[in-house]
Design a protein around this ligand. Structure first.
Ligand code: NDP
Ligand code: 8X3
Length: 254
């Protein structure tokens, strides 16, 4: 089946790689992001037959009015979205909770939780009506393993996991699928550049000596999940580089 895949945060990282993956397989893609010039560059980099299957929309997922109206304002060619990839998201800062910036917390909650929820509410009714759809949410290992400075970021991703599972509970009896993809350390995206607010040298050090996941690895996981036989649902997929694992409990002895 030819899908129409809406990917949020398609101007960089996982979202861009996911858009490219689905386009390369002949599917239609609606690519969203705030940076219009990146969307234009994505389109310009594609062969003509893929350009014809790509709709780019400069949308801030925190603009709830725009998001709520999105589904009813799509051109006819793209209006039946079959896969929604809620990927737009960010971490800001790594300070402990008592020193973190409240504005950073607000932006993470507005994007990773409220943006994702509004996108879902905008597109899910059409999927249920047409009895066809898959919502794929980008969670994180940060939902499952606390780490210092992860405070609100990890909290938003724990929300994404539980919201995904609760949607599965609501949608049983329909063919609609819901998946939460939870990557660990991934390099080659703008995630750490954004977290460290443009301090690219600091962002680079995060990945020193590690063969981390790549955006293409995550796009592959998303594509695989989305193209499994229709009776199969991946509820949660956690993936890490082989060089990443867990830590022992941190005991402070007084
Ligand atoms: P990038 O920073 O490379 O990409 C993030 C994308 O989100 C960009 O396209 C950005 O586009 C978009 N975005 C951010 N805010 C908004 C907004 N308000 N409205 C619309 N789009 C927005 O990050 P990654 O690709 O690495 O991460 C993608 C997702 O995966 C995020 O949800 C992240 O939390 C999660 N993740 C990342 C991991 C990693 O190690 N990289 C690991 C686990 C999960 P623009 O600025 O143009 O709007
Ligand atoms: C991104 C991975 O470990 O930086 O979600 O939180 S981590």
């Amino acid at each position: 089946m030819e899908h129409t895949v809406l990917v949020t945060g398609a101007t960089a990282g996982f979202g861009e790689a996911t858009a490219r993956r689905f386009l390369a397989e002949g599917h239609q893609v609606i690519a969203l992001g705030r940076r219009e010039e990146r969307l234009e560059a994505l389109k310009a980099s594609l062969p003509a037959e893929q350009q014809a299957k790509l709709l780019t929309l400069a949308v801030d997922v925190c603009d709830s009015k725009r998001v709520d109206d999105l589904a009813s304002n799509l051109p006819a060619q793209f209006k039946h979205v079959t896969i929604l990839v809620n990927n737009a998201g960010l971490a800001l800062g790594l300070e402990p909770a008592h020193q973190a910036h409240l504005s950073d917390w607000d932006q993470m909650i507005d994007t990773n939780i409220k943006g994702l929820v509004h996108m879902t509410r905008a597109f899910l009714p059409g999927m249920v009506e047409r009895q066809c759809g898959h919502v794929i949410n980008l969670g994180s290992v940060a939902a499952n393993y606390p780490y210092p400075g992860g405070n609100v970021y990890g909290g938003t991703k724990a929300f994404v996991q539980q919201f995904s599972l609760n949607m599965r509970a609501d949608l049983v009896g329909t063919p609609i699928r819901v998946t939460c993809i939870e990557p660990g350390m991934c390099s080659g995206t703008e995630f750490s550049n954004v977290r460290f607010k443009g301090n690219d040298a600091k962002a680079e050090t995060v990945y020193n000596g590690v063969k981390a996941l790549s955006a293409d690895d995550v796009a592959e996981a998303i594509f695989w999940t989305a193209t499994l036989p229709s009776h199969m649902n991946i509820n949660v997929m956690e993936l890490m580089p082989v060089q990443q694992s867990f830590n022992a409990f941190n005991i402070h002895r007084g």
